[in-house]
Design a protein around this ligand. Structure first.
Ligand code: MLT
Ligand code: MN
Ligand code: ZN
Length: 309
């Protein structure tokens, strides 16, 4: 199985268009140790020919241009794409807006939960992806189903499962304590290569790592995990958005309930942070925070990073 990080940034990317924080300034200035990151998406393939996208970011056009595997090949027809399926893990702008880049009458399939598919159904702009060509398939929870799209089988199966999280930011009901969040608003997925049974997990948004999730991830070969914030209060402390990691629906890297602590005894062979917010000090390769996560066995995802499992 081949996996490519198309975008390792969180919503807004790195640098974020309107952000003048120390990190964003440093990456704009080309300071050593800082590299830009587009918004959150991975591409996965079993055969190197057909691909599934895991989330469709607003930067998808740029991401496709930067990944030769994702464009039509010389022997393809006049209209063709290696992208046969798109898996969506939530309804936030950073994960669904890229669907609009996939218009132009191309067949593919979209897989997600009923909750997230309802978000697409409730927004007529997504009807530009006409149902005759673009099929929408609801994931059963906890059951691996084959990924298919445009009449081909990708040689991959996906087991989707709900994780703690939050309804999309733009759909929040401010009058409700849980903002109107329901099961299925945030998913984790296990991608399984059908021929070999090898698998990896992709969980770019997660508000809490409970025992069930720990049991699921125990002994995994490869996990791409929510790396939004290093510290619960980093955005507030930097004078940016007045929100904690928890309020945004993201578990932090640090803290007793943070991801580094939760993964400590899970024996995951390779752990890569994705969906990294521009405020995160680990974006500086020379920072003490980068050393802390590296010492705990974590990698900080980069755009273009390729992994073969
Ligand atoms: C998030 O992950 O918290 C969202 O992407 C926020 C947003 O849509 O800006
Ligand atoms: Mn996001
Ligand atoms: Zn910034």
């Amino acid at each position: 199985m081949f996996i490519k990080i198309l975008g390792a940034g969180a919503g807004g990317g790195f640098p974020q268009w309107n952000c003048n924080c120390a990190n964003c300034r440093a990456v704009r200035e080309g300071k050593p140790g800082f590299s830009p990151r587009t918004q959150s998406s991975l591409a996965v393939s079993a055969d190197g020919v057909t691909f599934a996208l895991l989330n469709a970011s607003p930067d998808l056009r740029q991401q496709i241009a930067a990944a030769p595997q994702l464009s039509p090949g010389p022997s393809d027809g006049l209209r063709a794409s290696p992208i046969k399926s798109v898996v969506l893990t939530n309804g936030d702008v950073d994960h669904v807006a890229g669907l609009l880049n996939l218009r132009e009458a191309q067949a593919f399939s979209i897989y997600s939960s009923a909750r997230i598919l309802n978000v697409l159904a409730g927004n007529r702009i997504f009807d530009i992806l006409v149902p005759e060509l673009v099929t929408r398939i609801e994931f059963p929870f906890d059951e691996a189903i084959p990924l298919q799209g445009a009449g081909v089988d990708l040689g991959l199966a996906v087991r989707a499962f709900p994780v703690h999280g939050k309804i999309a930011l733009w759909l929040e009901d401010k009058s409700a304590a849980d903002f109107g969040t329901r099961v299925g608003d945030t998913l984790g997925v296990e991608i399984i290569e059908t021929a070999t049974g090898k698998s990896c997990f992709y969980i770019p948004g997660c508000a809490e790592i409970d025992d069930a999730l720990k049991a699921r991830l125990k002994g995994a070969s490869l996990v791409f995990f929510d790396g939004t914030l290093f510290h619960e209060n980093e955005m507030i402390e930097q004078g940016l958005l007045g929100k904690t990691g928890s309020r945004m629906g993201h578990v932090n890297m640090t803290g007793e309930n943070g991801s580094m602590a939760a993964f400590e005894n899970l024996d995951v062979a390779r752990k890569i942070y994705v969906h990294i917010n521009n405020s995160n000090p680990t974006l500086d390769a020379a920072s003490k925070e980068r050393r802390i996560v590296n010492d705990a066995g974590w990698e900080i995802g980069e755009d273009g990073m390729e992994v073969t499992l």
